[in-house]
Write a protein of this length. Structure first.
Ligand code: HEC
Length: 143
């Protein structure tokens, strides 16, 4: 799709250049060309993280307490701040989503010691699946 656009654009430019008074046409073509390029970029590059409501609920209930910007749990904060995911670069985001997937698959989060004291903070099977699906969808979308 992108390639055909470029070819069309080139043909348009050639037509315009063959005319005598081509300057206004050229300016118009350049303007249209830049619009096409920006439209193409917008549809292919996804930068923001989507957090559907069910995912938000699980994160709030089971993860955010330790993994937020103001957390007093420095180790947790250093590894992951859910409320700052959006400000990371694409590569960093992918890294974080992979970490999330790994920790969940290994049943490492929330930490065991914490669950001994607060057993109700354990993830249910459904909640775990919601987070895992979210992480893998985001990885696909970012790429
Ligand atoms: C009681 C606090 C606490 C809760 C609740 C918690 N975590 Fe953590 N998390 C930590 C700590 C502490 C670390 C750092 C562990 C380390 O460095 O050994 C961590 C590390 C991580 C990491 C990075 C692992 C790595 O080494 O790359 C991920 C990803 C993560 N947590 C995801 C989650 C998710 C998802 C949840 C919710 C289901 C969650 N955490 C809930 C305390 C918590």
């Amino acid at each position: 799709m992108c390639l055909t656009r470029i070819i069309l654009f080139k043909q348009l430019m050639i037509k315009i250049m063959k005319r005598k008074n081509f300057l206004p046409g050229l300016i118009l073509a350049l303007f249209l060309g830049s619009l096409m390029v920006s439209a193409t970029l917008k549809t292919t590059v996804k930068t923001s993280v989507d957090v559907p409501e069910d995912v938000q609920a699980v994160i709030k209930g089971k993860c955010l307490g330790c993994h937020n910007i103001e957390s007093r749990n420095d180790k947790a904060k250093e590894k992951l701040e859910f409320d700052r995911l959006d400000s990371l670069s694409m590569v960093e985001k992918i890294g974080k989503f992979k970490d999330i997937g790994k920790e969940l698959n290994d049943n490492k989060m929330p930490p065991e010691k914490f669950l001994e004291r607060f057993p109700d903070k354990a993830l249910t099977a459904d909640e775990k699946k919601i987070l895992l699906d979210w992480a893998s969808t985001e990885i696909k979308n970012i790429k």
